[in-house]
Design a protein around this ligand. Structure first.
Ligand SMILES: [Zn+2]
Length: 113
């Protein structure tokens, strides 16, 4: 279950970058072919965020579809899972996108003056 390790590093990074500010929402971009299961990450997030400034933050997950280019026939096509196979039968394809895993935005609680 590598989602736990991924979630830990995401939360640690956010806490580090935001200098301990209270986080209300975290926006993640998890490509369809990144190999990360959003539901598993969501589950881990609550566990990992517990006791940190990220605790209770809303988790918004965007799942962009993958794009791939076949090295055998040159066709480009979309992929939505880890089985990347061209219509021509070749598995020799280059994944052009959809394999990203990144934090696209973090929302911080407004300072109460
Ligand atoms: Zn092909």
């Amino acid at each position: 279950m590598h989602e736990l390790a991924i979630t830990q590093s995401i939360v640690e990074m956010i806490v580090e970058r935001t200098d301990g500010a209270s986080v209300t929402a975290v926006h993640l971009r998890i490509g369809k072919v990144s190999g990360v299961v959003p539901d598993a990450l969501r589950f881990c997030f609550d566990l990992v965020a517990d006791g940190t400034p990220v605790q209770g933050a809303r988790l918004e997950i965007d799942e962009p579809p993958g794009r791939a280019c076949c090295r055998a026939c040159g066709a480009t096509f979309s992929v939505d899972d880890l089985v990347v196979l061209c219509a021509c039968g070749s598995a020799d394809v280059e994944v052009l996108g959809g394999d990203e895993l990144l934090v696209s935005a973090v929302e911080l609680a407004e300072e109460v003056a």
